[in-house]
Ligand binder design. Structure first.
Ligand code: INI
Length: 161
């Protein structure tokens, strides 16, 4: 008999952190709106949501680590927009943000999801921030709900890694 474990999207009991970067703010505000909309639709009470703004995507992992280490949230959603057309160090900023978010999730044991756009142009970013390609902030928030509920359902680790 296979034991299948899945996380639901039920959010009524969950405390969620949202870390958002201000760089390319017209885009990231839409990602935040998408994330908050998702959390509300799935029952997360507004007072259980902590929203922290950082200057740019480079700063997302460090802020996520502080919030994850507080023990006050069940999952964190990071949102940002790194647009190649605007920076010669695109690869470093985008790479650090994505690698760092993944590392913090592993180090802290708190699920952290990444709604970080990495696009060539502002138009491509807009398409993914509430435009024709959907809203990656909403998707990242949905993934955070699923992961938080999955962690609650998974066997507890015998020792901390
Ligand atoms: N930060 C972004 O979030 N997106 C970008 O496209 C970007 N560009 O173009 O450089 C960007 N740079 C700022 C960076 O994230 C840091 O905030 C900055 O280097 C200070 O540490």
């Amino acid at each position: 008999m296979t034991r299948t474990i899945e996380g639901s999207y039920e959010g009524r009991h969950l405390r969620i952190g949202v870390v958002a970067s201000r760089f390319n703010e017209t885009i990231t505000k839409q990602l935040v709106e998408g994330a908050l909309d998702c959390l509300r639709r799935h029952g997360v009470p507004d007072e259980f949501v902590t929203l922290a703004w950082v200057p740019g995507a480079f700063e997302l992992p460090a802020a996520a680590k502080r919030i994850a280490s507080s023990g006050e949230v069940d999952a964190i959603v990071c949102v940002g927009a790194v647009i190649r057309g605007e920076t010669p160090h695109f690869d470093f900023v985008a790479g650090h943000a994505m690698d760092g978010i993944g590392r913090v999730a592993l180090e802290t044991g708190i699920p952290i999801t990444a709604g970080v756009l990495t696009t060539e142009t502002v138009a491509q970013a807009a398409d993914r921030a509430g435009g024709k390609m959907g809203n990656k902030g909403f998707e990242a928030a949905l993934a955070a709900l699923e992961m938080a509920n999955l962690y609650a359902a998974l066997p507890k680790p015998e020792t901390s890694l």
